[in-house]
Every structure is written in structure tokens, then in C-alpha cells.
Design a protein around this ligand. Sequence first.
Ligand SMILES: [Zn+2]
Ligand SMILES: [Zn+2]
Length: 338
Amino acid sequence: MRAVVYDRPNEFTLRDVTEPALAPGDVRLRVVASGVCGTDQHIHEGGFGVRFPATPGHEMVGEVVEAHPSVAEPRAGEFVVVDNVLTCGRCDQCQQGRVGLCRNLEAYGLTAQGSVAETIVVAASTCIPIGDLSPEIAVLAEPLACVIHGMDVLQLRPAADVLVVGAGPTGQLLTQTLVRGGASRVVVAAPTEAKLGVARRHGATETVITDRGDFAASYRRLRELAPHGFDVVIDATGASGVLNALLPMVRDGGTMMIYGMASEDVQLTVSPYEIFRRELTIKGSFAQTNCLSRAVSMLRHGVVSADGIITHRFPLEQYADALQALRDPACLKAVVVP
Ligand SMILES: [Zn+2]
Ligand SMILES: [Zn+2]
């Protein structure tokens, strides 16, 4: 079968690789679709703990084509999404139920083969059948699962007034989940009007055009909307200029959540006096574990819509173009279809 393989950072080839044998508990999937996200760009550059040789792809939908005799479910012919994060179950974090912070975390598309390939072998226990959900929509299950984990971390108060900064796929899924999850208002701020239009179509109450390099230029408009700030401000950009300009937009007693992935060298400057005096909370949300089935449920019932979010599709041969599309303002979600 063919797969995209990196032997070192920044260089990959599409090549024939030997299909691994099935170990007990494994199934082989024919990859139907594989979403591309910012994490894949970090992997491209050799970051994020990637192990070479590496095949990226962690947002996958597949059809079960073969199961080890030890596997009862899923069965051949079933379409599934995959919980790509593998935890050890032994470390202190796993044993305290904080499995997402496992100290021996492995993941398909990072330390194990990913789905930018024609087939992939995964543990049957990581597969969630999608039933009658279209595989084209199910490819959003992994990023949506990360959003659901974010909601678990956030513990949104009913009727909270929320600002989401960033209208990429993550900002869009966050917005929809916050709207359905009890926020009284979700304001979305981002630089691209077309993306803000998608957010409004899916329930954003207000949108504000911003400049990532000069986020403070948006303060006036945001202050008009929320003179005392927002109960919750979520960064879905990972951009230093945005992150460092958000605290003034948080209402006293409110929460800032760091959801977007910033580079490791980005620093956030905060005044401890301000945190103390204004009783502010800063939360982080990283990846997800055990949230995929809730994501599939939300997509199946139309609570979260994929409409307008998947904008680009590429064959395996064009993986470079799929990565390039991440920088295209016209692109929301790019998907590789082997
Ligand atoms: Zn991703
Ligand atoms: Zn662990």
C-alpha cells in the first residue's frame, strides 16, 4: 500500500510500504478520509515529539477491511473513526483518570503510523463505528472531540458571554459547541470575513474583524459589545500577538482558555496582581481522550454541522498541497482522500 513517509523533518515521499501484520486486537482500515490540521504542519517540521520514519494523519475515517480473529467488533465492512491517542494506563496520571496527560502518550500519526496512507492498522478498541453518519462529515469527529474535551475543561456556566478568537476549523467547531452548550452569546473575532460568515451561519451572535498582528486595534469594537469584558475568552489561534492581548477582554472573575497551539517559545506576559485583584482564571486544553463517541453523536444528530467547513480535498499525491492549504485564507478544513 502507498503512504506518505517522512524520514526526516521537512521531507516526505509517497511510497509503497509493506502492510504490517495484524496483532491480536488489531483491525486493518482502508482510509476513506484523513483531515489535515496545524499539528501536521508541526510534524512536518519535526516538532511535537514525532518519531521517524513517520506517516502523519490523526483525523481519520476508515472502513474495516480485515480484523484479527481475536476481534469481535468492529466487523469488516463497518465505517469507523479512530481515537488516535493511546495511553499507558499505568502512569500516575492514567491512574488518577487524567489519561489525556499520560506520561507515555503515543498517537497514530505521531509516534505510530498515521492515516495519510491507503491503509492503517489500529487497535479495535480505538474504533468508534459511525453508523449512518456520512464518512465525509465524520472526518470532523477528531477535531470536534478535542473541542468537547475543551468544553469539559472549561465547565461553561449557563448563559456565559463568550468571545472566541480564531475562525479556523477549531474556532468554528468551538463556536457551534458553545452556542449549543448554553452560552448566551458567542462573539467570534478573526481576520477573514468569509470564515466569520460561516461562523454566523452556524450561530455566532456577532463577529468582529481582527488583525492578528494588532489585536488591540479591535478593543474598541469589542468594548462596545462587552463594556466589562467577556465571562470567557478563548484563544483558538496560538498567535503570540493575540494571546498577549486577551486578558483585558476578560470580565472580572472570568476565564481565559488557551485552546490554540502556540509555538513552544511563545511567552504570555501576565500581571499576578491583575490575576489576584480581578480573580481571573487561565485554563489550557490539550488534545482529547475518550471524547470521540460524543463527537460522533453530535455530528450524527446535526447538533454540530459540517456545512461549509470542509473546503478542500486532495489525493495522497497532493499532500504537499494539503499542507500548503493550511496557510490559505480561503481554506477552512483540508482533507486527504486516498
Ligand atoms: Zn488535528
Ligand atoms: Zn499513562
